[in-house]
Design a protein around this ligand. Sequence first.
Ligand code: ADP
Ligand code: MG
Length: 240
Amino acid sequence: MTATTAEPVVIQAVGLAKSYLTAAGLFPALKGVNLTIHRGEFVAVMGPSGSGKSTFMNLLGCLDRPSSGDYILDGKSIARQSPDQLAALRGKTIGFVFQGFNLLPRMSLEDNVALPLVYAGVDVHTRRQQAGEMLSKVGLKGYEKSLPNRISGGQQQRVAIARALVNKPKLILADEPTGNLDSHTSEEIMALFGDLNREGITILLVTHEQDIAQHAKRQVRFLDGHIVSDEPTLQVEASC
Ligand code: ADP
Ligand code: MG
């Protein structure tokens, strides 16, 4: 799906800032970031370690509150939401994927994928059915009853993506999802994100690596808590 500015705005960060209280005083990790993302975009968030990428993603994911500024998620100002409203909005709008796959080791893959549905109050039969569908979607049909330690890292990240998808989110936030994977497996995971984006899901993905960022359509680069560039991905044509 090609995003255009005619598409609705999914994310609008307005002067978003975050300072952490440290022993040395307040540390400004994010210094007033403005960014608008429309439905259907696929954005790579880049920049060196410590530049504020995870801080920014945690704010976008409503896992943390800004020190100042605001953020409009799917038309709603975060600053005006109560903690309960925020949790509900997050649950139905956003799927998260992290670098560590964060699967529960004693639960089957099916139960891991179904976990967000437990929180949403969905009955057990529907949970199994939807978790099975999502495992098929990420190429893991037949693994429903397996435990996480029986599968590879790439497969574990597929399970984490299935879990992120099970609530049918509009937006996926992924913080270095290929950081623990070899380059071949990383390419496979990025192809999966590409497929999800073509289905219309908006994706923001943090990565250190230019090869990985090439899968996105837009690249936003952070440095010292600021956005220093924001450009469409240049497609490198294969020469023959
Ligand atoms: P990135 O994801 O780009 O590596 P982060 O957003 O994790 O960067 O961190 C940005 C800066 O904020 C870093 O200097 C980091 O040490 C600091 N930082 C992050 N989280 C905290 C925290 N909870 N308390 C204090 N400082 C933090
Ligand atoms: Mg980080």
